[in-house]
Design a protein around this ligand. Structure first.
Ligand code: IZC
Ligand code: ZN
Length: 428
């Protein structure tokens, strides 16, 4: 019997354990309010995998090399951040004054700033510099409880730099404990050398897919479908061709202007439609009828400061699967903190704690084709686990602006532990 074997680690005295173990597939519509909460629970790990889940009492007769007393804390799967622009050069704090003057995001881009400012800095940066910088941001994500991250290219807009960004993401996946899922976002903006020739630019980016495929450098292809960037028709054609080449697809849709990218995403069978702030009723209905996951990024709505957030409740009422993400990037959402996104989902998207936890774990995993390996704790799954310094799962979406993680484990190994800050302070 499994229970008589020796384990590597046992975590016992868990106040609340969330497993997200509710069957297969993403949670859609009202299923999103399901949450399995085990009280006084324990969990055992062997060879980097969850090996056993039971009660605290049952765990007392089990043998393990290491025992972690959770002291009544909340324990959950490692969080999944399904939409980030992790690898980039430079930063954009110099554009803050323009933002304060009310210059819109798309106007800054039109003037050659915004995304194009980051493109300049990313083209100039060496691969080593990009790696060091991305690792810094990734470490910070880990500290906030994230163990699986989607990372987009899109700050090269030319062959060498796009490939450089994707190689950095691949190197991070191989050398860093976090799991990275790569997305090619060469169609992120039109570079100055292709001004007025956006179709030609898209042909060039499609051609690049051959190299990306050969180097196994990305599994998703994404496009920024937005006023002044790429139209719905261009996006549809581009993503269809990417699908024909065997890539899964995602789309930045209806982020700023309501163009109809949401329904297009569902029509072409995109794995996810992301942003969807301006999604039409037709688009929202289509999300409920198809398998396209709505990846919502309320941090971007907060930071663009236009007072408009995605209609998460309407999407769930229509039967859609909703996931949440930081959209971590140097322009419209400079934060690695997925917990703050959980607070915004509560306040602005009116999501319940149960919906929010599912949206940052199992549904986020499905949004990046990792539903079978991330976002859930069950025997045989990766032991990606977070111990939270909170009394219950309602607390994280409620108490905002600080980091609630206590311990973060990846493949059964502790990769982050909160400093004993209070002890340091009282010692002086
Ligand atoms: O760098 O501004 N929206 N792409 C589309 C972004 C935001 C990232 C950026
Ligand atoms: Zn984005």
């Amino acid at each position: 019997m499994t229970t008589e074997k020796h384990f590597d680690t046992i975590i016992d005295n868990i106040g609340q354990l969330l497993t997200m173990d509710h069957g297969d597939g993403p949670l859609k519509g009202e299923e999103m309010s399901k949450l399995k909460v085990s009280e006084h629970a324990a969990l055992a790990i062997r060879d980097g995998l969850v090996a056993w889940i039971g009660t605290h009492e049952e765990a007392q007769s089990l043998k393990a090399t290491e025992r972690i007393d959770a002291e009544g804390k909340l324990v959950t799967p490692g969080l999944v951040d399904p939409h980030t622009h992790l690898v980039f050069g430079g930063s954009r704090e110099h554009e803050m004054a323009l933002k304060q003057q009310g210059v819109p995001y798309l106007e800054i881009l039109k003037r050659g700033g915004g995304i194009l400012s980051t493109v300049g800095a990313t083209r100039e940066a060496s691969e080593e510099e990009l790696l060091t910088k991305a690792r810094f941001h990734l470490n910070r994500m880990i500290s906030y409880g994230v163990t699986t991250v989607e990372a987009k290219s899109g700050y090269g807009l030319d062959r060498p730099t796009e490939l450089k960004q994707l190689r950095v993401a691949k190197q991070l996946n191989e050398s860093h404990p976090a799991d990275i899922v790569s997305t090619f976002l060469g169609a992120h903006a039109i570079p100055p050398e292709f001004k007025g020739r956006s179709d030609e630019f898209l042909t060039e980016m499609l051609d690049l897919l051959n190299d990306i495929e050969k180097g196994q450098l990305a599994e998703f292809v994404d496009i920024f479908c937005e006023t002044g960037v790429f139209t719905v028709e261009q996006s549809r054609e581009f993503l269809k061709k990417a699908k024909e080449k065997g890539f899964s697809v995602k789309i930045h849709a209806d982020e700023i202007d309501p163009l109809g990218g949401t329904e297009m995403a569902t029509e072409i069978g995109a794995t996810s439609g992301d942003h969807l702030v301006g999604a039409s009723d037709k688009g929202i209905h289509a999300l409920g009828e198809t398998d396209t996951i709505a990846v919502l990024l309320p941090g971007t709505s907060f930071y663009l400061n236009k007072g408009k957030f995605a209609n998460a409740r309407g999407m769930m009422d229509a039967g859609a699967a909703v996931a949440l993400s930081t959209d971590f990037n140097p322009g419209s959402s400079p934060t690695e903190n997925l917990q703050f996104i959980m607070n915004l989902a509560s306040l602005q998207l009116k999501m319940t704690p149960e919906e929010i936890w599912n949206a940052v774990t199992i549904n986020a995993a499905y949004a990046i084709n990792r539903g079978d390996s991330a976002g859930k704790l069950a025997p045989g799954r990766k032991a990606d686990i977070v111990l939270w310094d909170v009394p219950n799962y309602h607390y994280v979406p409620y108490h905002y602006g600080v980091n609630h993680t206590h311990t973060v484990m990846k493949n059964g190994r502790i990769i982050y532990r909160k400093e004993k800050l209070h002890e340091h302070i009282s010692a002086h």
